[in-house]
Design a protein. Structure first.
Lengths: 87, 390
């Protein structure tokens, strides 16, 4: 608890603060970097997989006809925010 | 007269202390901000009313507060469940970390990761914003907090209420009240805190950058992503297992297309019920005697700093990336790396539109925004793994 420890850089060193901070941000960054790389190669991997395991025509038709509703929703929200700003 | 005066001493009027009155007024301010200013009403209204409820004084023998848990949490006291208050039963979902994963389930069921999938570079902005967490850990240690407390305080910079509650319930249960209030307060104040920092760190030319339209994302990508992302994150940081497990499970319920009923329940009724109980019981935990301490003020100050650093971290990293990119990123998107979904994305849209009303940044800002949710959960998992047992 506060009050029981010294104040200052001493306390950071006492609790290994520098290594916690550096290790922590490195791990978070690495995890998200890996996710980012995975997302980047996913379309190419799926395109290769498409040759081996083609999607069923019905599933493809459903996919091409249903655009992500949320992206339309986001554009609508953006337009509404603009209107609100004008007022 | 004796009888009347004795009765008066048992009433809330007779037992009221100045601290209780202050907290009741703060609760009313929160309710006012929610109703009049429309600042995160789904959070501030339950919290505000909970604050009022939690600060009505009563006789100690009546066992009415969130802290009257029948002796369960005190090994030196015999347990008597008959002395357990209703408020403490509701608060158990906060204290034992149950409510945050359920909220993440609902968030996953309502989140669309396709903007992130269409532009993977923007994931890194969510990572960069987490620098606020770890710099605040250092700041808290500098001010004399121990490691567990510093870890729980630092996560406020992730701007994620459920994650802050989850981590502080594991590492610093005594600080759960002020940490939760700080986290939710700053989430509600995103439209106030972020814009000045965004304008300070970006030039007008940078704010005018337009982003290319995102590509179409296939259903297969949207199904594979939650499974793969869960495996990647939790194999690296197993401490994030519960939060990210529920987040990606909720997302898979949504994207699979075969469990729409479950996804619908998760993102509507379930998350609403948990939000009501969590907000109300967190508010009720802010009893003046526990809450109005020097520690709470320090936590609020550190929380604000954490938030500001997180915002700045995301923006500066976007500017750094632009040194190497042909298609520049609008650096405002970095501010959306804090995981206050979707408020910080909306703030990016508003600030961008102030320069160019035709510039639609909202959908692009959702990418670092949802990446920030993942990043803050990973940060919490990392801190828990490193600090558990210390």
């Amino acid at each position: 608890m506060i009050g029981e420890n010294p104040i200052g850089l001493e306390n950071i060193a006492a609790y290994d603060g520098w290594s916690i901070a550096i290790t922590g941000i490195s791990i978070v960054f690495s995890a998200l970097l890996l996710i980012s790389l995975f997302i980047a190669i996913l379309p190419r991997t799926l395109a290769t997989l498409e040759i081996v395991l083609p999607q069923e025509p019905q599933a493809q038709a459903q996919e091409t006809t249903s655009r992500t509703p949320d992206s339309h929703g986001l554009v609508a929200i953006a337009a509404a925010l603009r209107q609100r700003q004008k007022k | 007269m004796d009888g009347l005066s004795k009765f008066f001493e048992t009433t809330g009027f007779g037992l009221m202390e100045p601290g209780n009155a202050v907290m009741i007024v703060i609760g009313m301010v929160f309710i006012g901000l929610a109703i009049v200013k429309d600042y995160e009403p789904l959070l501030l209204l339950p919290i505000g009313f909970g604050m009022i409820v939690g600060n009505i004084p009563f006789l100690e023998s009546m066992s009415l507060s969130v802290y009257d848990d029948g002796g369960i949490s005190d090994a030196n006291q015999p347990t008597n469940l008959m002395n357990m208050s209703v408020l403490s039963m509701l608060y158990a979902g906060v204290k034992y970390g149950l409510f945050p994963p359920l909220i993440f389930l609902g968030i996953g069921a309502m989140t669309d990761f396709s903007t992130m999938l269409s532009n993977p570079k923007l994931v890194l902005l969510g990572a960069a914003a987490q620098v606020g967490v770890f710099l605040t850990v250092l700041g808290a240690l500098f001010l004399g907090f121990d490691a567990n407390d510093a870890g729980a305080i630092g996560i406020i910079g992730g701007a994620d209420g459920p994650t802050a509650i989850f981590l502080s319930s594991r590492l610093a249960p005594d600080l759960l009240g002020p940490i939760a209030i700080a986290a939710y307060s700053y989430m509600a104040l995103v439209p106030v805190i972020q814009p000045p920092i965004m304008k300070l760190l970006t030039s007008r030319e940078e704010r005018l950058i337009r982003m290319a339209a995102p590509r179409e994302v296939s259903k297969r990508e949207r199904i594979i992503f939650p499974i793969a992302a869960f495996l990647i994150c939790t194999l690296i940081a197993p401490g994030a297992l519960v939060l990210l497990g529920m987040l990606f499970f909720g997302n898979l319920l949504k994207e699979s297309g075969v469990t729409e009923r479950l996804a619908q329940t998760a993102r509507t009724a379930m998350i609403d019920i948990v939000t009501i109980l969590l907000g109300f019981s967190v508010g009720a935990s802010t009893q003046a005697q526990e809450f109005l301490q020097e520690t709470s003020l320090l936590i609020f100050a550190l929380g604000a700093t954490s938030f500001a650093i997180a915002t700045a971290g995301g923006i500066l990293f976007a500017k750094f990336l632009n040194l190497f990119l042909k298609d520049k990123i609008n650096p405002l998107l970095g501010a959306a790396g804090v995981s206050a979904v979707p408020d910080s994305a909306r703030v990016v849209q508003m600030v961008g539109q102030q320069e160019d009303p035709q510039n639609v940044l909202l959908m692009h800002a959702m990418a670092p925004n949802v990446a920030g949710v993942i990043g803050s959960a990973v940060a919490a998992g990392v801190l828990w793994s490193i600090l558990v047992g210390s």
